[in-house]
Design a binder for this molecule. Structure first.
Ligand SMILES: Cc1cc2nc3c(=O)[nH]c(=O)nc-3n(C[C@H](O)[C@H](O)[C@H](O)COP(=O)(O)OP(=O)(O)OC[C@H]3O[C@@H](n4cnc5c(N)ncnc54)[C@H](O)[C@@H]3O)c2cc1C
Length: 456
């Protein structure tokens, strides 16, 4: 928990410490950009190699197919973004993003609102818009440059990574490097490349989720009050039709509205089906948001599993190599943890680069730090996924007890303001999930549920 607290503290960065000549970042999405920002303080030059033409794009791009879906930026992530790019919230707002006051954001579990509103403001915009702001701030750094091309492998020798192989305009090339970051997303091939070169491949752990997303964009009247809503079904309501959804005001005078379903339940691509669910299955905020004119066709997306790669478990690792973002862990998107996790991986990278004498050494210590962040996010989201899948199954006593305690806390967050705030801190990744498991919090939750039973 101490490591999590240290990594999620948003201390300003005031100095630099150069431990590498050239660093290469493979993949220029959110995790790659954040890694490049950190490396700008620790390498003489930083090169990002990205297969998509980034340009000034603020629209979804092929390398990030989830880009048209709703993306929440958790408070833990916003704090880290401010740390790396001071003033980015104000900049994003000036360019059209919306700062949602916490009191206007409601979280619902099984359509029952949690007792307290969020104790902090949220920055709201579409995924391509937010990435664009982060990208421009990263590209403004004098020692960072981007090269368009597709990475095809690593150059390994002398026990460390010496460069990356890549293709641009049909030409193959090798880019020398002292330090290489894999930020190629959940389909990253880094593990295969390591195995082909005789190194260990990290084990891959998957939890099936089969989540289906549908996202629509609707006109928002300029004088309409802004609000946000986040709705989830608890595991006890596994059979409910719509698993959850989100409403948020975004740039361009629009509401972004997302619906999620599990397994065979696919929130419709058709507008009529989408509208019906917003009006019938979810809290009134959803019907209010879809009252305006639809601005785009409904976009759908399916994700089969949550997955993590265990780099921390490798005993043999080439020097000068790390992996960040979805390439290491990608979760059930309903919990909105991806971007915030990437910011905390950047924080882990910074902590590591401050300590290491030479960035060309094997980065075991980095992966140990990162694992604390991955474990925290994984524990929170997969607990609910596993509970949903195992509903009705006979479980060992310890697992049943842990699940019962979890349900007590979620239920109490609907009835008790203190528990509601503690729960929000954990779901926003500003506090470690273990903070909810203290005897005082568990006892307060049980007491709250006994004395003020939740409405469901
Ligand atoms: C439906 C859905 C909804 C989500 N909602 C949320 C949310 O609400 N909040 C949240 O925080 N997160 C959310 N996420 C997760 C979020 O999208 C990711 O965590 C985030 O994009 C960071 O990912 P990344 O940078 O690690 O990888 P990605 O964004 O996947 O980017 C990988 C990059 O690597 C590039 N690349 C890949 N291979 C190569 C190669 N060989 N050579 C060069 N470049 C390469 C790609 O073009 C791309 O730019 C959601 C995900 C999904 C699927």
């Amino acid at each position: 928990m101490q490591i999590f607290n240290a990594l999620s503290a948003a201390r300003p960065i005031e100095r630099t410490r150069i431990v590498a000549g050239k660093a290469v970042v493979m993949g220029g999405s959110v995790a790659g950009l954040l890694a490049a920002r950190v490396l700008a303080d620790h390498a003489e030059t930083v090169v990002i190699i990205e297969r998509d033409d980034l340009g000034e794009t603020r629209i979804p791009r092929p390398g990030v197919p989830q880009g048209s879906q709703s993306h929440a930026l958790l408070v833990g992530g916003l704090r880290q973004l401010e740390r790396w790019f001071p003033g980015i919230t104000a900049q994003a707002r000036q360019e059209g993003a919306v700062l949602l006051p916490g009191r206007e954001v409601r979280t619902y579990v099984d359509n029952v609102p949690q007792a307290a509103t969020a104790p902090y403001d949220l920055l709201s915009g579409t995924r391509p818009f937010l990435e664009n702001v982060i990208r421009r701030r990263t590209f403004d750094l004098p020692n960072v440059k981007v090269m368009p091309g597709r990475v095809t492998g690593l150059g390994l020798g002398g026990g460390r990574v010496q460069g990356v192989r890549w293709v641009s305009g049909g030409e193959e090339a090798v880019e020398d490097a002292d330090f290489v970051v894999d930020a190629m997303g959940r389909a990253s091939k880094l593990g295969d490349w390591l195995e082909e070169a005789g190194w260990q491949k990290p084990s891959l752990h998957r939890v099936p989720i089969n989540v289906n997303y549908a996202t629509g964009l609707f006109a928002r009247s300029p004088d309409a009050p802004i609000f946000g809503a986040l709705a989830r079904r608890s595991s006890a309501f596994a059979a409910a039709r719509t698993a959850g959804g989100a409403v948020s005001p975004v740039e361009g005078g629009a509401w972004l509205v997302m619906l999620g379903g599990y397994d065979d339940d696919r929130p419709n691509r058709t507008l009529d089906g989408f509208l019906l669910r917003c009006r019938e299955d979810l809290p009134p905020a959803f019907a209010r948001a879809v009252a305006g004119e639809p601005l785009k066709p409904i976009a759908t997306y399916r994700q089969a599993d949550a997955r993590r790669r265990d780099y921390a478990g490798l005993t043999r690792l080439p020097g000068g190599l790390v992996s960040v973002g979805d390439a290491v862990a990608s979760f059930n998107p309903i919990y909105g943890q991806g971007i915030t996790s990437a910011t905390l991986h950047a924080s882990s990278l910074s902590a590591y680069l401050w300590r290491t004498p030479d960035a060309r050494m094997p980065a075991h210590e980095f992966f140990d730090l990162q694992q604390v962040i991955v474990d925290a996010a994984w524990q929170l989201s997969t607990a609910a996924d596993l509970a949903r899948q195992q509903s009705g199954a006979v479980l060992p006593v310890r697992r049943r007890l842990a699940r019962w305690i979890g349900e007590q806390i979620v239920d109490a967050s609907l009835a008790d303001e203190t528990i509601s705030r503690r729960f929000a801190d954990v779901t926003n990744m500003t506090a470690h999930p273990a903070t909810l498991m203290t005897p005082a919090t568990v006892a307060r939750s049980i007491w709250a549920n006994r004395h003020r039973p939740a409405a469901r």
